[in-house]
Write a protein that binds this ligand. Structure first.
Ligand SMILES: Cc1ncc(COP(=O)(O)O)c(C=O)c1O
Length: 423
């Protein structure tokens, strides 16, 4: 069937379903969403209709939180109902691990299911065998979630954090990292995409550099999964922390820590509980724990939410149905369009996100020269245009995110507001 005919058929199915009174969430997204070619605008309208997003809001802040589409909400609701109907918790974990491993290009034994990025980062920052004076490379663009666990380790054990400046290109950033490595450097702990200006760092090249110098590589990957079609084995990092509740569009309270198989015994687990062990006995003499789980399950434990696990799986299904390449092209295309419109405003806008395509993802960071950036952000919120003000690290800039539910008209509306503000 030609692409055009398949779009017409898809749209016709949606319209028929809607007029028959179906709730969108009750539809099997596979039957209506899978594009057989490059999606056009009408396809993306159909995708937008899968989100309960308030139509009075222009939501350009996915970098803070990813609203889930109906199929995810339905999956969570159904699983929660089942848990309460059966009065039995558990379930969904293996399926979530398998789906995530396939989505990320890892083995399921390399994934720990955690609740947010900060939790995963704490496991790494406190689990690596550092000695006093060991240096860890970071950036001046950290989110509190990556900054505090390492600052705490510095406070507790005397490791030294060194700040590497971001370059305007991937090559420049790689050079900066290389130049910052000393005899005392033991690890890098860099963001793949910092929360501040959304620049993509050359993670694969940085991890290869780290490996070539015998350094441990940790990546704060809060943003890439669900935005970029990434493969963690290909990136080659030792550890990667992320959430499923931003670009993947899964429910809040879902996340993962990737630990390369060979590094499981290096990264000491401190928090343990049911699921982390290979057996324990309080009645032996002395009472003893046999050992740690052979997988990354050693890092998480206790009662978990089946509903959230089902939510992760539904979010991955949703993304796979649309097609990850399609998503990446769409969201980066919208951001590049937005950046062009902002650059066209001239000197009044200080563009902070690189214009190099490889370094630009789906978030644009900039400042309005000589203007109160926070006041502009607050004014936008009053007009129901939701963006992010970035106070972190004294940056005082603005960040705009674009995801699959956004359109060029929303970028245009936002840029017209910028124009009005700068006068
Ligand atoms: C780059 C980065 N790292 C870490 C975090 C912390 O994430 P969480 O709130 O899921 O712990 C965020 C959150 O926005 C982030 O953007």
């Amino acid at each position: 069937m030609s692409n055009r005919r398949s779009f017409i058929r898809n749209n016709a199915m949606l319209i028929t379903a809607l007029s028959a009174g179906y709730k969108l969430g009750a539809l099997n997204p596979k039957s209506i969403l899978h594009p057989e070619g490059l999606p056009d605008e009408s396809y993306w309208r159909m995708v937008r209709a899968q989100f309960p997003l308030d139509s009075n809001k222009t939501f350009l802040n996915n970098g803070t939180m990813g609203p889930s589409p109906y199929p995810v909400l339905e999956a969570v609701k159904a699983a929660l109902e089942k848990t309460c109907r059966d009065a039995q918790y558990g379930g969904g974990e293996m399926e979530a691990l398998e789906a995530l491993a396939a989505f990320l290009g890892t083995e399921k034994e390399e994934l720990a299911l955690v609740h947010n990025v900060s939790e995963a980062i704490n496991i790494v920052a406190h689990g690596l065998p550092f000695s006093k004076g060991d240096e860890v490379l970071m950036t001046g663009h950290e989110h509190v979630g990556n900054a505090l666990p390492w600052l705490n380790r510095a406070r507790l054990d005397g490791i030294v954090l060194k700040v590497v400046p971001l370059g305007k290109t991937a090559a420049e950033t790689l050079n900066n990292v290389n130049a910052a490595i000393t005899k005392k450097t033991r690890a890098i702990a860099l963001p793949h995409i910092p929360c501040t200006i959304g620049q993509i760092l050359p993670a694969k090249e940085i991890c290869a550099l780290a490996a070539s110098k015998g350094l441990w590589s940790f990546i704060d990957g809060a943003h890439p999964p669900g935005m970029l079609e990434l493969n963690l084995h290909d990136i080659g990092c030792d550890f990667y922390a992320s959430c499923c509740h931003k670009w993947m569009l899964a429910p809040q309270g879902t996340g993962f820590l990737y630990v390369k198989k060979e590094k499981l015994d290096l990264l000491q687990t401190h928090g343990v509980g049911g699921g982390s062990d290979t057996g324990w006995d309080m009645l032996s003499n002395p009472p003893a724990m046999k050992g740690y789980a052979a997988s990354a399950h050693r890092y998480y434990y206790g009662t978990q939410s089946a509903a959230l696990y089902h939510g992760i799986r539904a979010a991955i299904n949703f993304q796979n149905t649309i097609g990850r390449k399609n998503i990446e092209q769409r969201v980066r295309g919208l951001a590049s369009y937005l950046q062009e419109q902002l650059l066209a405003l001239g000197d009044a806008v200080e563009m902070l996100t690189p214009t190099e395509a490889a370094s630009r993802g789906a978030q644009i960071g900039f400042r309005l020269r000589g203007k109160d950036n926070k006041a502009f952000y607050e004014q936008m919120a009053k007009k129901n245009i939701i963006i992010r003000h970035v106070p972190e690290n004294g940056l005082d800039c603005l960040r705009v995110s674009t995801h699959i539910y956004n359109f060029r008209e929303e970028a245009d509306l936002f840029v017209s507001e910028v124009k009005r503000y700068i006068g």
